[in-house]
Design a protein around this ligand. Structure first.
Ligand code: NAD
Length: 489
């Protein structure tokens, strides 16, 4: 049997096993086999990581000038790019996602997140108000931004490097230090980033990694440590609620990027080629494990049958397989547990009266990936708006397609959810596009596209899909403390 890889905690610039004496297996989703073991951090290890991060704020890191600090952050991006192939291999084994996807999205965006936030902080403006005073001499009010302190970063498994650096990038650019708890499913690239930190000369204690689970493990230990000054989290809405409660102790701010049940609305005047291509991506990319992905597709009745037929044709052309298989564009789900969850919705859909247009089961895979966590891309029609399949986040390669007749009614139906992350509107009518996009209760609404991301824009969810906005200068709201200095002249 090949030697298992080992993922250690990274505390105060050193890789270490920690003190819990516990390890957990890390499974490659494409093969279903354990390929690595990770060292679970104890509460004492997490506390040591937080103490190191706190000390680093007042060490060499805290004394760097802005150009010195941002040059180091730029160097991180360059070093990730130099070690591109290692990051790529680590990410695709850990997640099972196709190499073509990880090489175009996950790793390049992982590096870009550092560059973009270094640029943002270099050019971030302050504010100044001249004030009149009764004695006529006046006063000047100006603002300065200070790092918030030690940031706890808790990240999910669906885009491990991308979503983790989306937080670590701005946190470090703003002068904070971090303790990261990656998902227990995908510890690889977060660990590898520790090596990059040391290589480029990021001072010890600035970036720390603790491995483990959520409740009664590293995730909870991190949120409970009172020296953590802010917690940024991406994951499920239920976990976000637990983290918000933990943040309440000590009145510490949280930034939450949570779940979704995102609608697409396809009007009869849409460019159907574009709408089909975009919807195929938004439903199936990353095997449906994208928070912004579409799970409800509302199609105007005159084009309903044609749309469903063409979506089915596209779904059936998807090639399922392991990350390195030629031409593959649909990988496995992340775990056996998650596959059980997705398959439970495949059964529920039928119980709730769906017509299965395509898929609905587990594909036959032979060879080294035969025990991988694959499911078939699945499309349903015939479901009503009150079914669990139409209301609950599934996070798999599947969607319900539902007809509509009236613009106001489809807006109401799209908004009839506790979530409010994203939406896609497909129409060639400009006025209608603006009108509908403006009325959807979401953090981001695409018109005639999906997942087109300008990293300078505000990103986050409405309703139960999140708290706060990150991206561009909006990230400064969470990662810095804005201080007003009032000078009487
Ligand atoms: P999850 O909530 O199960 O886990 C996320 C992280 O939280 C993991 O690292 C986990 O160990 C940790 N955790 C769990 N319980 C905890 C606790 N009580 N205290 C501290 N940490 C805890 O989410 P997941 O299954 O990894 O990710 C999928 C979910 O993430 C989906 O709901 C998806 O929509 C959402 N998501 C949202 C966005 C966004 O930007 N809004 C992006 C990606 C994923």
């Amino acid at each position: 049997m090949p030697q298992l890889l080992e993922f250690r905690n990274f505390i105060d610039g050193e890789f270490c096993q920690g003190t819990s004496g516990k390890t957990f297996p890390v499974v490659a989703p494409a093969t279903g086999k354990i390929y690595a073991t990770a060292y679970e951090a104890s509460r004492a290890d997490v506390d040591a990581a937080v103490a190191a991060a706190k000390a680093a704020l007042n060490g060499p890191w805290g004394k760097l000038t802005l150009p010195e600090r941002t040059n180091l952050i730029m160097a991180l991006a360059d070093e990730i790019s130099r070690r591109f192939d290692e990051f790529l291999e680590a990410e695709i084994v850990d997640t099972g996602k196709p190499k073509s996807l990880a090489s175009h999205i996950d790793i390049p965006r992982g590096a870009a997140n550092f560059k973009m936030f270094a640029d943002t902080i270099r050019s971030a403006a302050g504010e100044l108000f001249e004030m009149e005073t009764p004695d006529g001499t006046g006063a000047l009010n100006y603002s300065v931004r200070k790092p918030r302190g030690v940031i706890g970063v808790i990240s999910p498994w669906n885009l491990p490097l991308l979503l983790m650096t989306w937080k670590v990038g701005p946190a470090l650019a703003c002068g904070n230090t971090v303790v990261v708890k990656p998902s227990e499913e995908t510890p690889a690239t977060t660990t590898l980033l520790g090596e990059v930190m040391n290589k480029v000369g990021i001072p010890k204690g600035v970036y720390n990694v603790v491995h483990g689970f959520g409740p009664d493990s590293a995730g909870e230990f991190l949120t409970q440590n009172p020296d953590v000054d802010g917690i940024t989290f991406t994951g499920e809405t239920g976990t976000g609620e637990a983290i918000m409660r933990a943040g309440a102790s000590g009145v510490r701010p949280v930034s939450l990027e949570l779940g979704g049940k995102n609608p697409a609305i396809v009007f009869a005047d849409a460019d159907l080629d574009k709408a089909i291509e975009g919807t195929l991506r938004s439903v199936f990319v990353n095997c449906g494990q994208v928070c912004l992905g579409t799970e409800r597709v509302y199609v105007e009745r005159p084009i309903f049958d044609e749309f469903v037929a063409r979506l089915k044709e596209g779904a059936e052309k998807l090639k399922i397989g392991g990350p390195l298989d030629e031409g593959v564009n649909l990988g496995p789900l992340i775990s056996q547990e998650h596959r059980d969850k997705v398959l439970s919705y495949y059964s529920k859909a039928v119980e709730e009266g769906a017509t299965v247009v395509t898929g609905g089961g587990v594909p036959e895979i032979t060879g080294e990936n035969e025990a991988g966590f694959f499911v078939e891309p699945t499309i349903w029609t015939g479901l009503t708006d009150d079914t669990s399949v139409v209301r609950e986040e599934i996070f798999g390669p599947c969607c319900a397609v539902l007809p509509f007749d009236d613009e106001d009614d489809v807006i109401r139906r799209a908004n009839d959810t506790k979530y409010g992350l994203s939406a896609a509107v497909w129409t060639e009518n400009l006025s209608k596009a603006h009108r509908v996009a403006g009325q959807l209760d979401v953090g981001i609404c695409w018109v005639n596209s999906w997942f087109l991301r300008d990293l300078r824009t505000a990103f986050g969810g409405a309703k139960s899909s999140g708290v706060g906005r990150e991206g561009g200068v909006h990230s400064l709201e969470f990662y810095t403390e804005l201080k007003n200095i009032c000078v009487k002249l």
